[in-house]
Design a protein around this ligand. Structure first.
Ligand code: ZN
Length: 136
């Protein structure tokens, strides 16, 4: 078994934003030379998240509305007494910071409508995404 890892730096454009990182992760899998195995994608942050779903302009707006309904950007948050990003921590806690994809034929196994998003809740920032590909 071989292991190949790489850290991606992802710039996010605004406080709450969605960045499609699918092709960047696919590129890491390609350069790993591993054709069969798994790929772990880990986001080392507490105010952002990863999720895999459709990338289409209207559903992007619906994701944004869902996040605002779940955790409004402004509210009476305890953490805001020492920082101004409680809403970002709460959304990050509700979602996940890692994904594991099967790798087959040198590509991620994904559903037709599964694009991998980095969901930024406290940007703009430079985020670190660790990709570890394991297999043969
Ligand atoms: Zn904070």
């Amino acid at each position: 078994m071989r292991v190949y890892s790489k850290e991606l730096q992802v710039e996010t454009p605004s406080r709450r934003s969605l960045v499609n990182i699918t092709e960047r992760v696919e590129s890491v899998v390609k350069e790993s030379g591993i054709s069969e195995g798994i790929a772990l994608v880990f986001l080392a942050h507490a105010t952002a998240a990863l999720f895999a779903n459709e990338d289409e302009p209207r559903i992007r707006k619906d994701y944004e509305r869902l996040f605002e309904r779940l955790v409004p950007a402004s509210g009476d948050y305890e953490h805001n007494a020492i920082d101004d990003n409680a809403d970002a921590h709460l959304l990050s806690a509700l979602l996940k910071q890692f994904y594991v994809f099967p790798v087959k034929g040198g590509r991620l196994v994904r559903g037709t409508w599964q694009e991998l998003f980095l969901a930024e809740f406290d940007g703009p920032r430079l985020r670190r995404v660790h990709v570890v590909v394991m297999g043969q």
